[in-house]
Design a protein around this ligand. Structure first.
Ligand SMILES: CCCCCCCCCC/C=C/CC(=O)SCCNC(=O)CCNC(=O)[C@H](O)C(C)(C)COP(=O)(O)OP(=O)(O)OC[C@H]1O[C@@H](n2cnc3c(N)ncnc32)[C@H](O)[C@@H]1OP(=O)(O)O
Length: 292
């Protein structure tokens, strides 16, 4: 089994194409798609990129989306972008997390490609030397919360949106690297309490436990505060900043570097188990009922 996963990873690692940014201008990532999944807008004065997830209806994280996100981060690093602000084009959802359709009734090799892409893209975002901020302008359950936690600073639009790692509510388990990200933000006690119950926090609750750093009342304010956070690093030498970030995040980085294949195998085994499949089926039904 590990052989399949290793060759899958090889293919994926070589699948991130690259293309030069024509200076500080707007560009769309990866494929010349008339409806890109992610828009990137680089401010010509500050060099800060606003990366807008634009995969309606709820920015689910599936393989094409994650590949595109990985490509975007690579491009921004190559172009020495001054900051990355992650936000959503939706008025109510930051990201609904992993696309359950990538896990539900999916063949094991498809699940493996999906998870490997997630692992690689997560690691790129989590460890990038570029200062990162999540401007959370909508609900951020599960993988949506992970995306926000992988950034260095979180500004959330309140009070009506929610955020959290709700996996246990679905009968699935947040892997250790999700948990490490949560623990880095809120500490071990709050992490255990939150994850064992799969709690979704209101924006105010999230602020109170340190899951987010700031509350604002709309997206424009969120973006303005995100720019302010990035401006703090104007006079900090980038290499010193990057290495300090790597040292601070070494537990998560080390976990992924050393345990990537074990994590992958566990994921495929757990996600394809009858009980996880049943849980996903019931959850999907509940989502569908809710939306009709
Ligand atoms: C070593 C141990 C290792 C263990 C490994 C175990 C492996 C397990 C994997 C663990 C990780 C999981 C992380 C995840 O991210 S799982 C996904 C969790 N996501 C959610 O719970 C969010 C579900 N969605 C919502 O709550 C709501 O959609 C929303 C985000 C609050 C938005 O609500 P809104 O009313 O605006 O929109 P709708 O609910 O009507 O949704 C619109 C359509 O989108 C579909 N949808 C929503 N979320 C998902 C999703 N995550 N995946 C796939 N599809 C989704 C929804 O069904 C609607 O579809 P429809 O229009 O066709 O009805």
């Amino acid at each position: 089994m590990a052989g399949i996963y290793r060759s899958t990873r090889y293919v994926l690692q070589n699948a991130f194409g690259s293309r030069s940014l024509p200076g500080a201008v707007r560009f769309y990532s990866q494929k010349p798609d008339p409806a890109p999944l992610i828009n990137v807008d680089v401010d010509s004065k500050t060099g800060v990129a606003t990366v807008t997830m634009n995969s309606p209806p709820v920015n689910t994280l599936n393989t094409p989306f994650l590949n595109e996100m990985g490509g975007v981060i690579k491009e921004l690093e190559k172009n020495k972008t001054r900051g990355l602000i992650l936000t959503s084009s939706s008025n109510s959802v930051f990201s609904a997390g992993l696309d359950i359709m990538e896990m539900y009734k999916a063949p094991r090799d498809q699940m493996a490609v999906f998870w490997t892409t997630l692992q690689n893209t997560w690691l790129s975002l989590y460890r990038t030397g570029i200062p990162t901020v999540a401007a959370i302008n909508g609900h951020a359950p599960a993988g949506g919360c992970l995306l926000a936690l992988s950034c260095e600073y979180r500004v959330m639009v309140g009070p009506k949106f929610t955020i959290g790692l709700n996996e246990t509510q679905l009968g699935i388990v947040a892997p250790p690297w999700f948990l490490i990200c949560m623990r880095e933000a809120v500490g071990p006690r709050q992490t255990e309490l939150a994850l064992t119950s799969g709690k979704m926090f209101t924006a105010t609750e999230a602020l109170n436990i340190g899951l987010v750093d700031q509350l604002v009342s709309n997206k424009e304010e969120a973006l303005a505060e995100a720019h302010k956070f990035i401006a703090r690093f104007a006079k900090i030498p980038p290499l010193a900043r990057k290495l300090t970030k790597e040292f601070t995040r070494q537990e998560g980085i080390k976990y992924m570097e050393e345990k990537m294949l074990d994590d992958l195998e566990t994921f495929v085994d757990v996600a394809s188990s009858p009980s996880a499949q049943k849980g996903m089926e019931m959850y999907l039904e509940a989502l569908k009922k809710k939306s009709t």
